[in-house]
Design a protein around this ligand. Structure first.
Ligand code: FES
Length: 130
């Protein structure tokens, strides 16, 4: 259930981000990732049903592209050594204190938009949300 307070909180947190169009909904395949470059960041965007989730594309283990990973039960499995990352929080499934940065995603008028922090720095310094 989304409350007004939740909505206000989402608006406040979104105000720190600049949203960039990355394609139409139809350009994203369900259960697959796609890497995009925005302001020097490479971001992996995943479509899971009607939802869109975005995390840093670079695996913190050895740098593989997470967009090329296998999506399974809310995680993406890195294609190189199979570390798993939660698509909601960015947390490494086997040790949740580590992980990758996440980014907000909106869909407006059938266009997918990804939010990048306005100050050019990671909003939460790559600490996964818990
Ligand atoms: S590069 Fe991703 S698990 Fe090793």
């Amino acid at each position: 259930m989304v409350t007004d307070a939740d909505s206000d909180r989402a608006e406040m947190s979104y105000s720190n981000y600049e949203f960039h169009r990355v394609g139409s909904v139809a350009e994203f395949t369900d259960g697959r990732g796609r890497a995009v470059c925005i302001d020097g960041r490479v971001i992996a965007i995943f479509r899971v049903g009607e939802r869109f989730l975005a995390i840093d594309d670079r695996c913190p283990h050895a740098g593989a592209s997470l967009a090329a990973g296998y999506v399974h039960e809310g995680t993406v499995v890195c294609p190189r050594h199979a570390w798993r990352f939660d698509l909601e929080t960015g947390a490494w499934a086997d040790y949740p204190k580590l992980g990758v940065e996440t980014y907000p995603v909106r869909v407006d008028d059938d266009q997918v938009l990804v939010g990048v922090p306005r100050d050019g720095k990671d909003a939460e310094q790559s600490a996964p949300k818990s």
